[in-house]
Design a protein around this ligand. Structure first.
Ligand SMILES: *Cc1c(COP(=O)(O)O)cnc(C)c1O
Length: 377
């Protein structure tokens, strides 16, 4: 057996093992792991330092997951946007392909809580159907492999999928969304890197939520992918009690850059049933972006987005006070130190007509962006 499969098999999946390693009463979690499975890899287990800490909260089942009655199972309405099984085509030029339901760990806040942990992966016939759909849709130039976690597939299946995708002439980018490097770094083998290298351009967005996740082994795994020529981004979910703090978030973003990973998205938590105890206010995320922008490397600042409930896709949010006013004379700007600056418009203004059609931002806006009073508390 591959070494990584052996390590994965040593993960905690049963309440009685959880009791043994973390002193949790198995009765408290038994009813939760039925509908919402648990897996905690050795790497993650050894990163937990105390009961209820930032790593614990992400992976140890909690009875409150069962108390969420009204929330939807599929708030992003991914099932509605699915033309063939396992494929979500929501944006004009890119599509998401869910290739497995398995993950190295089962995040308690998962948006796809309704799906993950169920056995099985994309079957051959389903892959053929997805490839046929993509081939008939020349507008799709970017495919994101997701799941579950695509890097939990064995090498031969990863290679089969990449090879099939690369038969589509109009497909430019292939991306992976994965939490494997941060939770099962043993999976990033030289053999896997060799396979991936054959199908460039391949990008990977790695899921990280807390600076403690970047252990030396995890950083080394990221380095192996970077050495294989894979540009690495990070996706982070804003989570109450885990990373809803500007100092923690700054440390995370700086650690990611040290691991050669560029922060890409910071997500406001979705409304998914069984995860609502993790949600923060929207202002929390805006405060964090404000604490990063200008105060540390611009490379360390992710886009803060809300994936709109009802299938509207990702919508970016910026703290409201950078553009105080914009008119034909110029822009009134505020920097990270709260100092105000004026940038004059060019003269004449070739696109002034178009600009004036935009809703005004800043001081002249009637109830617009500046009404977010909570930012000033
Ligand atoms: C996030 C997402 C994408 C990719 O969005 P980018 O902004 O290009 O990273 C594509 N499809 C779906 C359904 C998504 O949720």
């Amino acid at each position: 057996m591959d070494d990584w499969k052996r390590v994965l098999a040593e993960s905690i999946t049963k309440p009685k093992d959880l009791a043994k390693h973390l002193g949790v009463d198995p009765k408290e979690v038994e009813e939760v792991v039925g509908p919402y499975p648990m897996r905690i890899t050795p790497t993650v287990l050894f990163t937990i330092k105390a009961k209820g800490d930032a790593i614990w909260k992400q992976v140890v089942p909690d009875a409150v997951e069962m108390e969420d009655f009204d929330a939807p199972d599929d708030p992003l309405e991914e099932d509605t946007d699915s033309p063939v099984p396992h494929l979500v085509h929501r944006y004009p030029d890119r599509a998401l392909l869910m290739v497995t339901n398995q993950c190295p760990i089962y995040c308690r806040f998962c948006t796809r809580k309704r799906l993950v942990g169920k056995p099985g992966f994309l079957k051959k016939g389903e892959l053929d159907q997805a490839i046929a759909y993509l081939r008939e849709h020349p507008e799709v130039r970017d495919v994101i492999l997701s799941g579950g976690d695509p890097l939990l597939l064995p090498d031969y299946l990863i290679e089969r999928i990449l090879k099939a995708l690369r038969t589509i002439p109009h497909l430019e980018l292939i991306r992976f969304g994965t939490r494997v490097p941060g939770t099962l770094p043993q999976r990033i083998t030289p053999e896997l890197c060799e396979i991936v290298k054959q199908y460039h351009p391949i990008y990977m967005n790695l899921h990280f939520n807390h600076p403690d996740e970047l252990t030396p082994d995890v950083k080394a795994a990221c380095g192996r992918l970077a050495d294989a020529g894979v540009p690495l981004g990070a996706q982070t979910v804003l989570l109450k009690g885990v990373n809803d703090d500007p100092d923690i978030m700054k440390r995370l973003m700086q650690q990611l850059l040290l691991a050669r990973v560029k922060p890409y998205y910071l997500y406001q938590a979705d409304l998914t049933k069984g995860t609502n105890h993790f949600r923060t206010t929207v202002e929390t995320g805006l405060h964090i972006i404000q604490a990063l922008q200008g105060h540390t490397s611009g490379m360390a600042v992710p886009h803060f987005v809300i994936d709109a409930p009802g299938g509207g896709g990702k919508i970016p949010l910026l703290p409201p006070d950078y553009l105080l006013n914009l008119d034909e004379n110029g822009a009134v700007l505020k920097n990270y130190e709260n100092k105000t600056y004026h940038y004059p418009q060019p003269n004449p203004q070739p696109d002034a007509g178009r600009l004036r059609e935009l809703p005004m931002v800043g001081t002249s806006a009637a109830g617009g962006l500046c009404s977010l009073g909570a930012m000033d508390e």
